[in-house]
Design a binder for this molecule. Structure first.
Ligand SMILES: Nc1ncnc2c1ncn2[C@@H]1O[C@H](COP(=O)(O)OP(=O)(O)OP(=O)(O)O)[C@@H](O)[C@H]1O
Length: 377
């Protein structure tokens, strides 16, 4: 179903505080049926608050929330459909399955608590069987929940969330309790299931790789404010700010000041704080005099022996290798510049020694001039 969230906000006030102590500033988004939408940001940025507002676990201060034809919440009209009437499936990190119940009883629970559904035993059996089949757990119904692996328990939680065929699925860091290998596997599995069921989903995570791999749309949240919303590609390739660039994977951020205003989608030249001028691409407008950070991904930097000519039009800096780490498919170098340092990922075919003077070459269109909001973050 389509989910429409309009200017939803929830701010927490600590006693005697003159400013909010957390929560989420007005957030709006529209999700087409079947969209996998991720709220991504550091701990405490307001992801869970947003999810709890959508679920009905929290009453927002303002805004409107509609799923399909049903208005769940409208502050202006004082509409607030209670949690159990929203038909939303949820898997929360802490919302574990019940160990004293069988797999069947765990999955049947949401059907049993809603007596008004007046389901016959046979219907319950059928619905549970369908949900278990969807998550690949046919034949597990009679097992005790404690006899399952972590990944299987997670699937039971998912089966329980979808058994009532909800119009919306909310997932709050559902994989964070699993070990790294299983987590990777479940990531794919979860995405595949979500596609198969075609259910509109909101996923909360602080893990950027998870967000990039699974989402159709990502909202990056910083201190209660949505900094950017877009496809994984947009967010990675065209981050709106230094915060987003830094949060979406490793990047080098070189501080600089914009001497003149820059139009978005244009190129220009910027002097970094150490004085060198670098050709830069500005994805968005930048005001004259504003602090900017040049974001250069480590994989965009070529390390070359001193004296090597850079490709035509490319940026060039000279530095000294102060660290290197062999990671199998790449070598990660740290190169000291007169002011600051740069990380570069290189194929392991040529090794530079620590102390060696090298050149760093990188293309202007991979040198992004972004507003530097890190101090505020
Ligand atoms: N009930 C509450 N009362 C007061 N402050 C709260 C309450 N719930 C959350 N907060 C504050 O609101 C902010 C956002 O919390 P939220 O749980 O939404 O963050 P999050 O992004 O989900 O973080 P995490 O990844 O750590 O769960 C935090 O600063 C938190 O301390």
């Amino acid at each position: 179903m389509t989910l429409e969230v309009e200017n939803l906000s929830k701010l927490y006030w600590t006693p005697n505080a003159t400013f909010p102590g957390g929560g989420i500033q007005p957030i709006s988004f529209n999700l087409a049926p079947g969209t996998f939408f991720t709220l991504l940001g550091p701990s405490g940025c307001g992801k869970t608050t947003t999810l709890r507002c959508v679920a009905g676990l929290e009453i927002p201060d303002e805004g409107r929330l509609t799923l399909g034809p049903t208005v769940f919440f409208d502050a202006a009209r004082r509409t607030n459909v209670p949690l159990n009437k929203r038909n939303i499936g949820m898997v929360f990190q802490s919302y574990a399955i019940w160990p004293h119940m069988s797999v069947f009883e765990n999955v049947a629970f949401p059907l049993r608590v809603r007596r008004e559904l007046k389901l016959r035993a046979e219907e319950v059996r059928e619905m549970v069987a369908r949900a278990l089949a969807t998550v690949g757990l046919e034949g597990y119904a009679d097992r005790s929940a404690t006899q399952l692996s972590g990944g299987q328990q997670q699937r039971v939680a998912l089966a329980r969330a979808i058994v009532r065929q909800p119009g919306l699925l909310l997932l709050d860091e559902p994989l964070s309790n699993l070990d790294a290998l299983l987590r990777d596997e479940m990531r794919n599995e979860l995405k595949r299931l979500q596609r198969q069921i075609g259910i509109t989903t909101i996923y909360v995570t602080h893990d950027q790789a998870e967000a990039l791999e699974m989402s159709d749309v990502i909202a990056v949240i910083n201190a209660g404010v949505v900094e950017q919303m877009g496809s994984p590609r947009e967010i990675y390739d065209r981050p709106r700010s230094a915060f987003v660039a830094g949060f979406m994977g490793a990047t080098n951020l070189l501080p600089a000041t914009a001497r003149s205003a820059q139009k978005g989608d244009s190129s220009g030249t910027v002097a970094i704080d150490s004085g060198e001028a670098l050709s830069t691409w500005f994805p968005y407008d930048i005001g004259a005099g504003s602090r900017i950070a040049l974001s250069i991904r480590p994989e965009a930097v070529t390390v070359a022996p001193a004296g090597t000519a850079a490709p035509q039009g490319w940026n060039r800096l000279t530095g000294t290798v102060i660290g290197s780490g062999f990671l199998g498919n790449i070598v990660r170098y740290t190169v000291a510049l007169p002011h600051g340092r740069i990380h570069a990922h290189q194929p392991p075919d040529r090794i530079f020694a620590e102390g060696e003077t090298v050149e760093l070459h990188f293309a202007p269109d991979r040198t992004l001039g972004l507003s530097d909001n890190r101090a505020a973050a």
